[in-house]
Design a protein around this ligand. Structure first.
Ligand SMILES: Nc1nc2c(ncn2[C@@H]2O[C@H](COP(=O)(O)OP(=O)(O)OP(=O)(O)O)[C@@H](O)[C@H]2O)c(=O)[nH]1
Ligand SMILES: [Zn+2]
Length: 300
C-alpha cells in the first residue's frame, strides 16, 4: 500500500501521484457505499502492481474542501485583482481574504494590469501593498508584460503548497495561469465565437507542478459568499484587528458597540485602515442579517 495525492480525475479514473510517478487507479467498490468521492487534492492510500490498474483504498481527512474548483487540501489562495478594468476593489480583496482565512487557506494578493496605471494610481496601489503587507499578506504587483519577476515572486511565495486562483471576471486569472503554465493555453479576453462555447466550461481541474508549487489549472470563484461564517468568528479573520484584541476592554469584543475598543481607536487614528473596518461592518451586517435558511449546516 502507498500514500499519494490525486492530481487528476477522468471518467472514473483517479490519477495518483507519488515520488515522480503517476498511477491510474479506480475507487474500490465500497467507496460508493461509504459515500466517499475522492476529490482532486485528496491524499489517498492505494494499491497498485503497475501504473495502470491501481485501487484506491482510503481517503485521508481533508484540511479543507472548495466547490469551485472542486478541490481539497488547498494551502494557498491567490486573489487575482486587476488594478484597473475592472477597478481595484479593496472590498473584494477583503471578502476573499475573509473567505480564505475561514477555510484555513493562506492568501496571496496578485495585482494585474499595473502597466495600465498612471503614476498617481501606481502610488495608490503601493499604499495598499504597504498596508496589506504590514498585516501579514503578501501582495505582488504584476510586471506584465515586461518581466517575469512577479511570476517568480508568486511561485516562491506559494512555496511547496497547492494553490487555487480566484478573482472577478476580467481580472486576468487565465492570463496569469497561462504565463505560469504555457502548455495550458487557456482562452483569455473575449469569449471566442469560433469555438462556440464559453470559457472554463468543459475543463476538469488538474494539479500542475510549477517550481515547488502545485497549481490548480482552473480559475476558481469570481464571487464568494460568507454563508459558512459565524458573526462571532468574523473578527478573527482580520489579522489587523486580532493584533489589538487583547487591548480591548472586553474579552470577545466585536469592535462595534463596545466601549474602550482598541480597534475602533486604531481606526480613528489611522493605524488600522478605515476601509478595512468599513468592510468588516458590511460583512458583519450581511452575516447577521442573512435569512435563517442560509444558516450554516456543519460546525467547524
Ligand atoms: N494590460 C494588461 N492586460 C491584462 C493583464 N492581465 C490580463 N490582461 C487582459 O485582461 C483581459 C482579461 O484577462 P483574462 O485572463 O481573460 O481574465 P479572467 O480573470 O480569466 O476573466 P474570466 O475568464 O472572465 O474570469 C484579457 O484581455 C487580458 O489580455 C495585465 O497585467 N496587463
Ligand atoms: Zn474591540
Amino acid at each position: 500500500m502507498q500514500k499519494g495525492q490525486v492530481r487528476k480525475a477522468i471518467s472514473g479514473f483517479y490519477y495518483v501521484y507519488v515520488d515522480g510517478q503517476t498511477y491510474q487507479t479506480r475507487g474500490r467498490g465500497n467507496f460508493r457505499v461509504k459515500n466517499m468521492a475522492p476529490l482532486i487534492g485528496d491524499f489517498v492510500d492505494f494499491e497498485s502492481d503497475n501504473l495502470t490498474e491501481g485501487v484506491l483504498l482510503d481517503i485521508y481527512p481533508r484540511k479543507n474542501e472548495l466547490v469551485r474548483p472542486t478541490v481539497a487540501n488547498v494551502d494557498c489562495g491567490v486573489i487575482v485583482m486587476s488594478a484597473i478594468e475592472p477597478d481595484f476593489s479593496s472590498y473584494l480583496v477583503d471578502r476573499f481574504l475573509v473567505y480564505l482565512e475561514a477555510n484555513n487557506i493562506s492568501p496571496i494578493i496578485y495585482v494585474t494590469k499595473i502597466d495600465l496605471l498612471d503614476e498617481t494610481a501606481k502610488a495608490d496601489m503601493l499604499e495598499y501593498k504597504t498596508y496589506y503587507e504590514s498585516i501579514g499578506y503578501k501582495m505582488i504587483l504584476s510586471d506584465y508584460p515586461a518581466g517575469a519577476s512577479s511570476l517568480e515572486a508568486l511561485v516562491t511565495n506559494i512555496g511547496k503548497g497547492m494553490a487555487v486562483f480566484m478573482g472577478q471576471s476580467g481580472a486576468g486569472k487565465s492570463t496569469l495561469l497561462n504565463q505560469l503554465m504555457p502548455e495550458l493555453d487557456l482562452q483569455t479576453g473575449e469569449i471566442s465565437t469560433s469555438l462556440g462555447r464559453g470559457r472554463h466550461t468543459t475543463r476538469h481541474v488538474e494539479l500542475h507542478p510549477v517550481g515547488d508549487a502545485l497549481i490548480a489549472d482552473t480559475p476558481g470563484f469570481s464571487t464568494i459568499d460568507l454563508i459558512d461564517i459565524e458573526a462571532v468568528d468574523l473578527p478573527s479573520f482580520f489579522p489587523d484587528f486580532e493584533a489589538l484584541r487583547d487591548q480591548c476592554r472586553f474579552g470577545g469584543c466585536m469592535h462595534i458597540n463596545e466601549p474602550n475598543c482598541r480597534v475602533k481607536e486604531a481606526v480613528a487614528s489611522g493605524e488600522v485602515a478605515p476601509y478595512r473596518y468599513e468592510h468588516y461592518l458590511q460583512f458583519h451586517e450581511e452575516i447577521v442579517g442573512r435569512k435563517p435558511m442560509y444558516i450554516k449546516k456543519n460546525k467547524r
